[in-house]
Design a protein around this ligand. Structure first.
Ligand code: PLP
Length: 319
């Protein structure tokens, strides 16, 4: 996967890609303490546009709050401007955007109250998380032998770096077993989410998805609920059991990296007709239109990166 870019934004300035390094003795690396976002910028007729930037930045700030970080060096508006600046400085039409908040030093006493809170933003071209064909052909998943976080063990509303060890355990197991993705159950045994996606099922024309108490409040999940309701579908948030997945007409998963992908097989059971169903297709098409500026919802959801940015950023490397 090519993750190269020209610049990575670090603490207020654009740093050349090769120079954007962090010391081995960074506590976040050892203890999994840091908070991040995953965002996408898409090509539109009016140039690159970041999808739901405000909501992602808000979740980043909330993740920091949940983790206990105090006094972030940048506010939400500055972070949003820095993200747009990083996208435009790197010149990608479409890219994935990865902000990370971490302690530059300190943290060795297992608190977030020592050290310096640092912020970085990287962007790279990340076309198809599940491969180019997955959007149409769908993917195969299994229910993981690993359980998703109990919400008082790890904080499920926050994208905390350490939370993702659970995703890595599950995804590694799934892929070694020959599946494409893992479905994780919550500690009560109900369907929670995938390793980096929220999950929906369709039965008798109605769409169901798990309530948010145990899972990440996905920005794509929220967008798909809105788009599905715009299309006239009833969307119901209620606990979902493993066997409800097996007897669904359609199952699809969604996330910033994965976008909207059908699940055609779960635990060796074919789901519905074993290919993308009509409801998934309708929702996926609406989503594809929305992210590229071709949907009535696009106006409220897209932030055009060419818009002027107010953050005073040193860009010595650009000269
Ligand atoms: C565990 C988990 N669930 C769900 C999602 C989907 O969230 P979003 O649509 O905001 O990317 C992600 C990805 O960010 C994730 O990591």
């Amino acid at each position: 996967m090519g993750m190269e870019s020209k610049y990575i934004w670090m603490n207020g300035e654009l740093v050349e890609f090769e120079k954007a390094t962090i010391h081995f003795l960074t506590a976040g690396l050892h203890y999994g303490v840091g908070v991040f976002e995953g965002i996408r910028s898409y090509a539109t007729e009016r140039g690159p546009a970041v999808f739901r930037l405000r909501e992602h930045v808000e979740r980043l700030v909330n993740s920091a709050k949940v983790m206990g970080f105090r006094d972030l060096p940048y506010g939400a508006d500055e972070l949003a401007d820095a993200i747009k600046l990083t996208v435009s400085a790197n010149g990608f039409d479409e890219c994935y955007i990865r902000p990370l908040i971490y302690l530059a030093d300190g943290g060795w006493n297992l608190t977030v109250d020592s050290g310096k809170i640092s912020v970085g933003i990287a962007v790279w071209e990340w076309k198809h998380f599940h491969g180019a064909e997955a959007l149409e052909k769908g993917i195969r998943a299994n229910v993981s032998s690993f359980t998703r976080h109990h919400p008082n063990v790890m904080m499920t509303k926050a994208k905390i770096t350490g939370n993702y060890a659970n995703s890595v355990l599950a995804k590694t197991e799934s892929m070694r077993l020959g599946f494409d993705e893992a479905i994780l159950l919550d500690p009560q045994g109900y369907v929670a989410e995938c390793t980096g996606e929220n999950l929906f099922l369709v039965r008798a024309g109605k769409i169901y998805t798990a309530p948010t108490a145990d899972i990440l409040e996905g920005v794509t999940r929220d967008a798909l609920i809105t788009l599905a309701r715009d299309l006239g579908y009833e969307v119901i948030e209620q606990p979902i059991s493993r066997d409800q997945l097996y007897i669904s007409d359609e199952v699809f998963v969604c996330g910033t990296a994965a976008e909207c992908v059908p699940l055609c097989e779960i635990d060796f059971r074919v789901i519905g007709a074993g290919k993308m169903g009509p409801v998934t297709r309708a929702v996926q098409q609406a989503f594809q239109a929305a992210i590229r500026g071709q949907h009535p919802r696009s106006e409220e959801w897209l932030d055009y990166v060419r818009a002027p940015v107010s953050l005073p950023v040193r860009v010595a490397e650009l000269a």
